[in-house]
Every structure is written in structure tokens, then in C-alpha cells.
Design a binder for this molecule. Structure first.
Ligand code: GLN
Length: 473
């Protein structure tokens, strides 16, 4: 049993396909660990009966944990919110359908910040998730349940969503790999929306090879999401072992002030390793990156205030009685169903979009977003990738930032620029600082997924991170 848990997902897939391992044994090993999970990583776990999967299927029956906000037919899909409590959708998200179609049955639904708003999973209506490296600390967020489950070995792999860092930051804080692909690479159909122009699904996995395998099974154009697109080439298995000829840019704006010294040390150590592998590493500028967080906290709440208007007590889940009229039923439902952070975002977004303020806030933030995209386009003239630490700190104590929204928002200072530009970025485990994982982020131009995965694969070998401690804890 424990041998199964020590296999990467890709190794398990290959062993099953070669007939050396039974898919049912993999299912049971993980299903039992998920059912016994004491990190509150799951909001729902599948029953013990192993689903029948063809051995020849690309993912061979190795199960996947799914962030709560993916609509999953007949299975609670609550987006971490009370307002969707007991909601069981009549259909599944395209990403989930593709994965189950490729032979990865649903192992469970994972905890998250309510509507993916947060960086710690403490904003879940179903209680916080704990970090398997240190249970007094957060796993990051908003995909904290997926990250904690993979790190703790209660899931072989998982999917999450990243609007402004929600795959990459929890991956960094839990010592696993997380990738946000190019905007549009994975269909958003059936993903409970936060900020539609930013939301992207992607894999959270133990290593880079697993990330490529899982991402490859999710991507593709979908007639049900008009913003989805076909990648120019399929995702391939990363094989690179060196970085000969690779040019890495290190933006001054995202590698200085505000980054914990231990995180920065680990980052610089890996840059040295990149040079030893043949890369050139040069300081560069992303002149508008320092405004990314401010623009994001206008744009994302603006879109959220519109997306969340549908939770009115009529169409989904919870309904609270008002004073007998429709408007008071709406307000009572939203008052009872939404948590404090969601209310804060709805208020911010509604204000930013209100007549008279629209140009001053939303319009201006859109202009900043364009400038950030242009900064990256200019960077690609001289560099293949941009590298930064993923998160400015290691996992923090539960409760440490809950009363200070701005401190919480700063977690994504290095992740948000790539989201605004719609470009792909990966976070890989980058060694420990004070005994806790740190992340190394590599971003590239739109559609450079295969090159990012290859470079990350070479770096991963050089870093030699050992995540097994979190699985035994
Ligand atoms: N932490 C950021 C926020 O709270 C990003 C969340 C995300 O990527 N979903 O909005």
C-alpha cells in the first residue's frame, strides 16, 4: 500500500498499463487516505467501490481530486460557499469530463476559499485546510485543499483554478508543482466563476512530469466556452535535463522588497543551478508589474460582483426568508450565504463599476493590464522565461492574516502579473526555508507550455526536492 503512495501519478499510470499494478489497488490506497484525511483538505470523498476504467485509457484509472468549484454531476459542488450548500449540479465541467474520459475517476472534491477569493483557504465556509508540513499553518489558497491533498499523499494529483495565483501559491506553500496554463487552454465551462477574464484551470501534482500528463488530458477547445482555444501542439512529456541556450530574465520589481530573505536565498540558489545547467540569467525590468496587484483588485472584484449576482435565493442552494417581498428575500439570502471576504469583493466591485467611477477605476485598471501585457511582450524579445519566487513568504500561521486583507492580498504579488497577461506559469518546489517549502516560478509567452515544462523538468532534477516528509506526517 505505502509503495503505491510513493509512486508518482505518471509512474502509477505506466505500471498499470504494463500490467504490474491494478488500478483498483491504486484507487483503494488513495481512497482510504482521502477518507481518513484530517487536514480538512476534502469537502467530499468518493465511496470505496473502484470505478471501472479501461487499462488502456491514457490515465489508466489513477484517480484525481477536484477543487470544489468544478461542477461535478450529482456530487456536491459548493465553491467553498454556504450559498451553494448541498448544490449537486446536473452536469460536469468540461475539465472534469475530459479527465474522467481519459481514465481518471473523481476521488473527491477539495476545500477552497469561498468562490476562490483568498490565499489561505481560511475563507472556506467549510473550515480551513491545514498544511501537512506544519498543521498550525495554512496551505495557501485558494486551491489549498487540492495542494494539501497532493502534498500529504491523499491524492495522486489534483486540479485547481488560478485567477491571480490560486494554483501556484498553494503549490509553493505545500511543496508541490502547480501550473496555470495560457488563458483559454482549458475550458471554463462548468467552473463556478470568480473573475471570468482571469480564471484558468490547471494541475497540482507531485512533479513536473505528472503536471504535463494531467494538463495534456485537460486542454483543448470547447464549443461550450467561446474563450477556450486549441494549443498549437499537444502537451508532451518533458525530457530536458539541461538549459543550454535558455535565457532567463529576473524582474527587479518582483525579486526585491517584500520577499522573505529565506525565500530569496532559495530563489537565488536555484538561479545559480540554472546557470550551471547552461542558462543565462539576467536582471531585467517589468516596469508596470508593481501596479499589477492594484489593478487586479479592481478588475477581479468587478467581474466577481457581476458573476455573483446570480446567487439570489431563487436559482441555487440557500434561500433565507425576508420580510415577505422579493428584495428582502434576495438581501437576506446574500447576507446569510456569503462570507465576509466575498461581501467585501462584491462591494468593491460594485463600487468600481458604478456610474461616475467606472472610468476612474475599471477603465484605468484595464489600461494597466494592457501595459503589463506589453511589458511581457517586450521581455520575450530578449528572454525565453521570466523567473520569480512564487510567493513572498513560506506558509504562515493560521489566523495570521485573516484580519488584514491587504497583507493577505500581498501573497500574490509575484503571481498576479502573469494572470493579467494571460500567460502560462509554473511553480516548482524550491527547497525549504525554516523547514517549510518555497516555490520557484517560471513564466513564458502564451502557448509556451511545453517549453516551460521542459525547463521546469531540468530545474526539478537539479533542485532534487524531497516531499516525502509531508506524506508521512
Ligand atoms: N488570492 C487572490 C485572490 O484572493 C487570487 C485568488 C485566485 O487565484 N483565485 O483573489
Amino acid at each position: 500500500m505505502s509503495d503505491i503512495i510513493e509512486l508518482s501519478a505518471a509512474q502509477a499510470v505506466h505500471a498499470i498499463r504494463r500490467g504490474e499494478l491494478q488500478a483498483d489497488a491504486v484507487w483503494s490506497a488513495y481512497r482510504d487516505r482521502a477518507a481518513a484525511d484530517d487536514l480538512n483538505a476534502y469537502t467530499w470523498v468518493a465511496g470505496p467501490a473502484a470505478p471501472a476504467v479501461e487499462r488502456e485509457a491514457p490515465l489508466a484509472g489513477v484517480p484525481v481530486a477536484i477543487k470544489d468549484l468544478f461542477a461535478t454531476q450529482g456530487i456536491p459542488s459548493q465553491a467553498g460557499s454556504k450559498i451553494l450548500e448541498h448544490y449537486r449540479p446536473p452536469y460536469s465541467a468540461t475539465a472534469v469530463e475530459r479527465l474522467t474520459g481519459a481514465g481518471a475517476p473523481v476521488l473527491g472534491k477539495t476545500n477552497q476559499d469561498e468562490f476562490a477569493m483568498g490565499s489561505s483557504t481560511e475563507h472556506s465556509a467549510y473550515g480551513p485546510t491545514l498544511n501537512p508540513w506544519d498543521r498550525s499553518r495554512v496551505p495557501g489558497g485558494s486551491s489549498g485543499g487540492s495542494a494539501a491533498a497532493v502534498a500529504a499523499g491523499s491524492a495522486p494529483w489534483a486540479i485547481g483554478t488560478d485567477t491571480g495565483g490560486s494554483i501556484r501559491q498553494p503549490a509553493a506553500l505545500c511543496g508541490i508543482v502547480g501550473m496555470k496554463p495560457t488563458y483559454g487552454a482549458v475550458s471554463r465551462y462548468g467552473m463556478i466563476a470568480f473573475a471570468s477574464s482571469l480564471d484558468q484551470a490547471g494541475p497540482l501534482t507531485r512533479d513536473v512530469t505528472d503536471a504535463a500528463l494531467l494538463l495534456g488530458a485537460m486542454v483543448g477547445q470547447d464549443p461550450r466556452d467561446s474563450t477556450s482555444l486549441a494549443l498549437p501542439e499537444p502537451i508532451s512529456r518533458p525530457t530536458a535535463t539541461d538549459l543550454q541556450g535558455v535565457r532567463i530574465g529576473v524582474p527587479e520589481e518582483l525579486t526585491g522588497e517584500g520577499i522573505e530573505p529565506g525565500v530569496l536565498d532559495a530563489f537565488n540558489t536555484t538561479l545559480e543551478k540554472a546557470k550551471q545547467l547552461g542558462a543565462t540569467v539576467e536582471a531585467m525590468r517589468l516596469p508596470h508589474a508593481q501596479h499589477a496587484l492594484a489593478a487586479y483588485y479592481i478588475l477581479a472584484p468587478a467581474e466577481a460582483s457581476s458573476n455573483l449576482a446570480r446567487y439570489d435565493g431563487v436559482r441555487y442552494g440557500l434561500r433565507a426568508d425576508g420580510d415577505g417581498d422579493l428584495l428582502s428575500m434576495y438581501t437576506a439570502t446574500r447576507e446569510a450565504g456569503f462570507g465576509a471576504e466575498v461581501k467585501r469583493r462584491v462591494m468593491l466591485g460594485t463600487y468600481a463599476l458604478s456610474s461616475g467611477y467606472y472610468d476612474a477605476y475599471y477603465g484605468r485598471a484595464q489600461k494597466v493590464r494592457t501595459r503589463i501585457s506589453e511589458d511581457f511582450k517586450a521581455a520575450w524579445e530578449s528572454f525565453d522565461f521570466v523567473a520569480t519566487p512564487t510567493s513572498p513568504s513560506v506558509a504562515f500561521e493560521l489566523g495570521a492574516k485573516l484580519e488584514d486583507p491587504l497583507a493577505m492580498y500581498l501573497n500574490d504579488v509575484c503571481a498576479v502579473p502573469m494572470s493579467l497577461a494571460g500567460i502560462p506559469a509554473i511553480s516548482i518546489p524550491n527547497g525549504l526555508s525554516e523547514g517549510l517549502p518555497t516555490g520557484f516560478q517560471l513564466a513564458g509567452p502564451a502557448f509556451s507550455e511545453n517549453r516551460i515544462l521542459d525547463a521546469a523538468h531540468a530545474l526539478e532534477r537539479a533542485i532534487g526536492f524531497d516531499g516525502s516528509k509531508a506524506r508521512t506526517a
